[in-house]
Design a protein around this ligand. Sequence first.
Ligand SMILES: NC(=O)C1=CN([C@@H]2O[C@H](COP(=O)(O)OP(=O)(O)OC[C@H]3O[C@@H](n4cnc5c(N)ncnc54)[C@H](OP(=O)(O)O)[C@@H]3O)[C@@H](O)[C@H]2O)[C@@H](O)CC1
Ligand SMILES: Nc1ncnc2c1ncn2[C@@H]1O[C@H](COP(=O)(O)OP(=O)(O)O)[C@@H](O)[C@H]1O
Length: 497
Amino acid sequence: MLRAHPVEAIRAAERPLIEAAAAAGDPDAVMRRAASGVAHHTAALLRRRTGGVYGRSVMLLVGSGDNGGDALYSGAVLRGRGCRVEAVLLDPERVHGRALQALRGAGGRVAAAGTGTDSSTPDVVIDGVVGLAGSGPLREPAAATVAALAGAGVPFVAVDLPSGVDADTGTVHEAHVRADVTVTFGALRRAHLLASPTCGRVEVVDIGLADMGSEPLTVLRPDPAEVGRAWPVPGPDDDKYTQGVVAVRAGSARFPGAAVLCASAAVAATSGMVRYVGSGSTDVLAGRPEVVCHPSVAEAGTAQAWVVGPGAGTGTEAVADIDAILARGRPTVLDADALTCVAGHPVVLRSASAPVLLTPHAGEFDRLTGGRDRTDRSGALRRYVADLRDRGIPATVLLKGRVTLVDDGETTWSIDPGSSWAATAGSGDVLSGVAGALLANGLGCGGEVAWPAVAAAVAHGEAARVAAGRTGGAGAPIGAGDLLRALPSAISALRGA
Ligand SMILES: NC(=O)C1=CN([C@@H]2O[C@H](COP(=O)(O)OP(=O)(O)OC[C@H]3O[C@@H](n4cnc5c(N)ncnc54)[C@H](OP(=O)(O)O)[C@@H]3O)[C@@H](O)[C@H]2O)[C@@H](O)CC1
Ligand SMILES: Nc1ncnc2c1ncn2[C@@H]1O[C@H](COP(=O)(O)OP(=O)(O)O)[C@@H](O)[C@H]1O
């Protein structure tokens, strides 16, 4: 499991190291250690991209703080390895003096932004514009310089964080660096897990930082192997009931496919039993004859968990069904149309005595929250969960997207499947089916609802990867049906990871 920390915790952990270095008369010792890591990973990128390091050209974008200092020291190391290094000073009046001297001493070239920089395109750019202290989008002249280099296809190595990405919220501002590699120091920052697609490959350099624990603002990323180990496997004494029965209320005349996708995903996720309530019984049974269908919520037998919402409608009947399902007092996944119902009739959640898992996409989340604070996703999510819990609703929320977040009011989990192939219509219905089956099974380990939600998101991402890669090569677009069919292979791959 990966852990990513808020800036305040990182600064507090770094402080003793920096103070010890200063007391020993070498105030930049930690910075040089960090910089040699940046140089090492930049050299590795150069080797991958160009076949070597010697003679390659490196541009440093140098901001006004210690992040710029790291870039300058790393430039000095790369000069020593035979690179041509040019530092572009974005604020020549405020630059780390000793690091600049080190670069000059090593034979690096220095220019102020916008004045007489080397006209040829570099092989790599080291982004030392701004790190932990960054706020807001890249400012000029950095914004224009970064845009021109990115437009020319030059790879970026970000020092600590891609500039223009907020370290704590992971907000990716409009003007920002998209890094191929991000080299950070001692421990991950929250943005590395909240904005992982913008960070590229994240390398953590050991600077002697002590191990950091967890606190409420730590973001966690599950290890796929851990999810695989926790996946429910029937034992010798198990039968269909002991593994958990999940009931699915999904589908309508307008959206029959949602019923099929959701119920079939629940069947694929565990070996327990799936009940179905809705107008799509014929379609569901055509694909999955093992599903047990019921004419209404009231007539459905016992289930350990419920899923309600995919394609299920938003009228008064749908709201009444949500109410009736929540009144059964079982863990319940509320997805899709059920979330629209909750947004319109928040009072319906009052019937929830057992844990509920809400699984909105960005639009549904806006509907639920009135669209407040679209930039700080994780902050808005934590506030929404806290609001629900303050109202006595035992809620966990899974916020969908390329980076899916799960928050139970105490812990934020982040899942990034590494590609966006899952962004296809109906794939959310598959996710809620898997989550419901895991909830019914009572998948333990790390939180009664958060962990099944996390595990479902990991399996869903893996299924998208398997489905998109089924032809080998670079991958191909998939539909939700392909993702559904890839679930068994994905679960098997996780269990073998
Ligand atoms: N000390 C050490 O030994 C070690 C330090 N480490 C390194 O130090 C880094 C933190 O350094 P730092 O605290 O000096 O701040 P840093 O992130 O460089 O920002 C500098 C200034 O930039 C400005 N600014 C803000 N936003 C901006 C924007 N959007 N666009 C442009 N400018 C913007 C803002 O000043 P302002 O202009 O607002 O007055 C801000 O104060 C850390 O990330 C790691 O790399 C590691 O080496 C480990 C050892
Ligand atoms: N850019 C993306 N990259 C990867 N996965 C994504 C992306 N956008 C959405 N997803 C995933 O695809 C699924 C879409 O769910 P949803 O929007 O509810 O679709 P639908 O309602 O059509 O079923 C979610 O699991 C979500 O996390």
